[in-house]
Write a protein that binds this ligand. Structure first.
Ligand code: ATP
Ligand code: CA
Ligand code: CA
Length: 426
């Protein structure tokens, strides 16, 4: 956070970064239209296109109110091919990225990266370090060899790599799929690695509106784990095994499984509570309670807008093919008809109390390669704690521990979600 409370990244105002990258991406996608579709060549992974954006505009670029900047697009033809692989039309990508202001996520990691979410909830843009950007570039041919063979994966789907340059500062950005829907309340969120060393959400994280908890918190909240139907469990673990094999082959580690939990029964209770509260309070009290000096009509106007937005994003199938959790693990389930205002593709599950859950999951933060990692980052203490003393084997150790944790501690297999002791239809 910079002076005056504005969020900054490398001393550049976040709002300026957002606006500028939208101009840059718009230009990059527009420019692709003149390049006919063709098979990918190896050199397509290495190309970089650079465009200048002077404030007063130029022959190719519009005038704008931001500082003059340069915008680099990495491997534009290759990323077009990948977007195509996931069914993303150029116009749709352009609409998602550029037609409405981006939203900044308030729940970033410790690395200081900034996350932007597109207004339609489809894409996330994350700032990455120089090393990570370079690594993604090197990764591209092999990574997509894999995706081409198997687009059903929980691995992140990368749709673009860019660099915004301003005042001799570089801001590298990756565009990828958004795992957590913002139209539905996630009652709990976890970032899980399978390690227990320092894997507890910090105090400052826990007081947040929607904190992201870690491994130790999960074990405390869900001592018996989360229950999945046998077929779903098997599909999920198989997918994670395949994904981890790919990550290990690239010597990648430190990735996490991001798990968002929507609790259908809790949501039901919240709804009933809210209705009760509305019935028993007069309008004035309601306004006072919220501590806002707004009129009733202003409030209902806001509610209405929020409702419209929610419906818009729910009524539409996801833009990115195979991107929901259920599609990613190639599992199927009955749609949940009683709860229509829930985005499609969550994995049905139960907690130990028998409550119906929907899980939104994906593997994130895969651009740390062991080969590139700073030596200091990993302390002796954590190596001893994790029992991971043979450094050459670290990526395989990491993958094995990750899988073990998911298959044994986080997810549990039960014959059916509708067993008598776990009541109700899912
Ligand atoms: P660190 O390296 O310190 O772990 P980071 O800056 O690399 O942090 P990530 O681990 O990639 O950040 O992500 C941080 C948080 O951002 C996640 O816990 C999650 O809440 C959110 N997030 C990241 N990627 C996604 C995604 N694809 N979809 C939805 N949320 C995401
Ligand atoms: Ca991380
Ligand atoms: Ca990281």
């Amino acid at each position: 956070v910079g002076e005056g409370g504005e969020i900054t990244y490398k001393k550049i105002q976040s709002s300026q970064i957002m606006g500028s990258i939208q101009l840059g991406i718009q230009h990059a996608i527009g420019g692709l239209a003149s390049k006919p579709e063709r098979d990918l060549l190896m050199q397509d992974f290495m190309t970089v296109e650079t465009t200048n954006f002077p404030s007063e505009g130029s022959n190719h670029t519009p005038a704008h109110h931001y500082s003059e900047f340069k915008f680099k697009t990495y491997a534009p033809i290759a990323f077009r091919y990948f977007r195509d692989l996931f069914g993303i039309q150029p116009d749709d990508f352009l609409m998602s990225m550029c037609s409405a202001p981006l939203r900044e996520l308030s729940n970033p990691g410790a690395s200081g990266s900034i996350f932007y979410l597109t207004n339609d909830d489809e894409f996330i843009i994350k700032t990455v370090q120089h090393k990570e950007g370079e690594f993604l570039q090197k990764l591209l041919p092999g990574y997509y060899l894999n995706l081409d063979q198997n687009p059903r994966t929980l691995l992140p789907k990368f749709f673009g790599l860019y660099c915004y340059q301003c005042n001799s500062k570089n801001v590298r950005l990756v565009a990828m799929n958004n795992i957590l829907p913002s139209s539905v309340k996630l009652h709990q969120k976890y970032d899980l690695k399978g390690s227990t060393y320092k894997r507890k959400a910090s105090k400052s994280e826990r007081v947040k509106n929607s904190p992201t908890y870690k491994d130790l918190d999960f074990m405390e909240h869900h001592t018996e784990g989360i229950f999945l139907e046998a077929d779903t469990y098997t599909a999920l673990i198989k997918t994670m095994q395949r994904d981890c094999r790919v990550l290990e082959s690239f010597k990648i580690m430190d990735y996490s499984l991001l798990v968002g939990i929507h609790n259908l029964d809790e949501a039901q209770r919240e709804k009933t509570e809210a209705r009760k509260r509305n019935d028993s309070h007069s309008d004035d009290e309601d306004g006072d309670k919220k501590g806002l000096n707004r009129t009733r009509s202003e409030q209902s106007q806001d509610e209405f807008k929020a409702q419209v937005k929610r419906t818009q994003s729910i009524n539409r199938q996801r833009l990115v093919a195979h991107s929901t959790a259920m599609e990613s693990i190639q599992a199927e389930s009955e749609p949940i008809d009683e709860e229509e205002d829930v985005p499609p593709g969550g994995i049905p599950a139960r907690n130990a109390r028998g409550e119906r859950l929907l899980l939104f999951i994906g593997i994130i933060d895969i651009l740390q390669s062991y080969r590139l990692r700073k030596k200091l980052e990993h302390t002796w203490k954590s190596m001893i704690h994790d029992g991971d003393t043979v450094s050459v084997h670290r990526p395989s150790f990491y993958a094995q521990r990750f899988l073990d944790f998911m298959a044994k501690t986080v997810f549990k297999k039960i014959p059916s979600l509708d067993l008598p002791e776990i009541k109700g239809n899912h």
